[in-house]
Design a protein around this ligand. Structure first.
Ligand SMILES: [Zn+2]
Ligand SMILES: [Zn+2]
Length: 254
């Protein structure tokens, strides 16, 4: 049987754990410090991601959530320490914003070789308490390795990117990736999305680690996405219902 997860090594103590078998192609990241490890997002929850992280580190793993969408929190229940932005605490605990039917539709809308024993009909979105709330500018220390929380609302109200100043890595969640960027659901805000792209653009980074799709993301993608949003704003089209706009290597759906 094919392994559900693809593990990619970014450097000596950083790994990407990806689900390329599924059309969503989510990427999670394991960052190993000296005393603790962090897992940025836990993926679809179709297969056991804890089995993978246990093979990569013996340190305690805390989960950092980019945002509370089903495809980023699927494996949260496998871990004890969950951090989420304060604005999405309620989504995680009680009020997940999307109906289960819509989640199952996304899960199964493209053909997929699910792992043996997985039944899409009984799929449930994770629900549970946050152990820690995140705020813009918070610093998480894994022992010799510091991660800064960058609040980047727009795709969702509590969306966060994570930034490692020392390595100049920027983990961008659903803010920056090659593919279709979504700002059309009721809980999105296209204008805030643009402002968040502008915010991360100011940071020094030499590697973008996206929440979906291929890992080899060009650094100028941030500039190109920013320019696309700026033009939509100029044309007075940066509002929900405007449609899908196509650019080289990405789309914006608002
Ligand atoms: Zn999302
Ligand atoms: Zn996503």
């Amino acid at each position: 049987m094919t392994e559900w997860f693809t593990v990619g090594q970014i450097d000596q103590d950083t790994y990407a754990i990806s689900e390329y078998e599924h059309w969503e192609q989510p990427n999670c990241y394991l960052l190993i410090g000296k005393t603790e490890a962090a897992l940025i997002d836990t993926g679809l929850g179709i297969s056991d991601i804890r089995r993978i992280t246990d093979q990569l580190t013996k340190l305690p793993v805390r989960v950092l959530t980019t945002h509370v969408h089903w495809d980023h929190i699927g494996g949260h229940g496998l871990f004890d320490h969950i951090s989420v932005h304060e604005l999405e605490k309620d989504w995680l605990e009680t009020k997940f914003p999307l109906p289960m039917d819509a989640v199952r539709q996304n899960l199964t809308c493209m053909s997929c070789r699910f792992p043996e024993g997985f039944d899409p009909a009984s799929y449930q979105v994770y629900r549970g308490k946050a152990s820690q709330l995140l705020h813009d500018g918070d610093c998480i220390d894994l022992g010799g390795r510091k991660i800064t929380v960058i609040h980047t609302p727009g795709h969702s109200p509590g969306h966060c990117c994570f930034w490692e100043a020392d390595r100049q890595y920027l983990y961008t969640g659903d803010l920056i990736y090659s593919g279709c960027l979504y700002a059309y659901y009721p809980s999105t805000d296209p204008y805030q999305f643009w402002q968040s792209v502008r915010k991360v653009r100011e940071l020094p980074f030499r590697r973008i680690l996206p929440g979906h799709n291929p890992l080899d993301t060009d650094l100028d993608l941030v500039d190109r996405i920013e320019a696309a949003f700026a033009q939509l704003y100029e044309e007075n089209r940066l509002k929900q219902g405007s449609g899908v706009f196509d650019y080289q290597g990405f789309q914006i759906h608002i």
